[in-house]
Design a protein. Structure first.
Length: 442
């Protein structure tokens, strides 16, 4: 600081002397024309005296300040020093004559930023404390990779640090939503919220070159699900003509949403450990619901078939026994004749019970997609409707969170429990519901 004071003082002395010489010439001319006029001579001699006095005052002020001690506040030296510090504030520019600020970059790449006034600023500050500002957000963990004081530039590596993830999400979403992905760029101190003045912009490429391939893959996957759902039994309860299954539709929905979200986050952030426990829970709930629904359908079909088989087996045994006792049909007074009559009566009862059993319905056929997933044999069921609505609501929240936060949402235990209760209610009411009928039957 003493060197700065001496320099400023020398400049002021030179300025005072130059002003003194410039003013002496006109005064000399005035004295020659005015002769020995006392007032003129007085004015001519007064001005240099005041200048000399001012110079002497400055020298005395400097002499009174010991080395390492700042001059008194309000002195000319302090004023000139503050003006000097104001003039050396750096600024980010597109080009400083030796280096240019990059106009395009992407995540995990490097970016070079040209700065004017960096050399003067670095005399009183540490350039290693500089951090990059993108879209108005500072990235504290992004330290400079290269600093050139002489050429006036700083180089940063754009790497997404988990500590800076929230700031990076804001930067990436701002670049994604901006026209041509152009966002403002600057640098500043790591502990400061005010970056250097900058009019520079940079194109932050959010989506890598292989994005089109990933999007095409997701498109083919979605198209494949739709085609297979219409032409096969992939999302149906039986054959390709059977009604669509609500439980299988829910499984397919979460299967596709989680895969699409995983790839979307990976494309933008480059992170591949982005699955959350909530996503796994949703896949697990939908999978368990699908398996349980298949079990319920098979159980309902097997109960009717088992009862019929049981009665048919009893009828067959009675028929064989009656054939053996046929010769005692008229001997009603004998024990064998009485047994024949009793078994004959039992055979009539079994035939009546078998006739009373519902006939196995023909395989149900699809009516329409929406009606298949919301209705049973008696019409639209609330247990189906509420499960469909909750699946849609959770899907919208899931997709919006992935788009806005570049992360899969974390649902708390109560929300996951709600999803489980919804699926459990569907399964509970599915047990007694009336089976769907084939098209054209009443």
């Amino acid at each position: 600081m003493c060197d700065i004071h001496r320099t400023v003082l020398a400049l002021m002395v030179c300025s005072s002397l130059r002003a003194s010489f410039q003013s002496s010439a006109p005064l000399a001319q005035l004295s020659s024309t005015a002769g020995n006029h006392p007032s003129a001579n007085g004015r001519a001699n007064a001005k240099p005296t005041r200048i000399a006095d001012s110079t002497a005052d400055i020298l005395r002020t400097h002499a009174s300040v010991s080395p390492g001690q700042l001059p008194p506040e309000g002195s000319a030296t302090t004023t000139q020093q503050s003006e000097s510090e104001t003039l050396i504030q750096p600024a980010v520019v597109q080009s400083n004559g030796r280096m240019s600020t990059q106009t395009w970059c992407e995540l995990n790449g490097s970016v070079t930023i040209a700065i004017t006034g960096l050399k003067d600023w670095a005399t009183a500050n540490n350039p290693n404390d500089l951090r990059i500002f993108l879209a108005g957000r500072v990235l504290p963990q992004s330290e400079p990779m290269l600093i050139s004081i002489s050429q006036g530039y700083v180089n940063f590596q754009l790497r997404l640090d988990p500590v800076d993830r929230d700031n990076w999400v804001q930067v990436l979403t701002a670049a994604r939503d901006a026209k041509k992905n152009r966002i403002p760029i600057s640098v500043g101190l790591k502990d400061s919220k005010q970056p250097f003045e900058s009019m520079a912009y940079i194109t932050l490429n959010v989506f890598p070159s292989y994005t089109l391939g990933v999007v095409s893959l997701l498109g083919f996957l979605l198209l494949g699900l739709i085609v297979l759902a219409n032409r096969t039994a992939l999302l149906r309860d039986g054959t390709r003509t059977s009604p669509f299954s609500l439980a299988r539709l829910q499984m397919a929905c979460w299967f596709y949403l989680v895969i699409a979200a995983y790839l979307y986050i990976w494309l933008i952030t480059g992170g591949y450990n982005n699955l959350t426990s909530s996503a796994l829970s949703l896949i697990g709930i939908s999978g368990a619901t699908g398996i349980a629904a298949i079990g319920v359908d098979k159980q309902k079909k097997s109960q009717a078939a088992t009862e019929r088989l049981k009665l048919e087996a009893q009828k067959s045994a009675l028929t064989r026994r009656l054939t053996d006792l046929r010769m005692y049909e008229s001997a009603v007074d004998t024990s064998l004749g009485q047994e024949f009559q009793q078994r004959k009566i039992r055979l009539f009862e079994l035939e009546a019970d078998i006739a009373a059993l519902p006939m196995a319905p023909p395989p149900a056929t699809s009516v329409s997609f929406l009606q298949d997933i919301t209705a049973d044999g008696n019409g639209i069921g609330f247990h189906r409707f509420q499960m469909l609505i909750w699946t849609v609501v959770f899907s919208i929240i899931f997709a919006k969170s992935v788009y806005a936060d570049l992360a899969m949402p974390t649902f708390d235990a109560s929300l996951l429990a709600l999803m489980g209760v919804s699926s459990g209610t569907y399964l509970g009411f599915k047990l007694p519901e009336t089976p769907k009928q084939a098209r054209g039957t009443s």
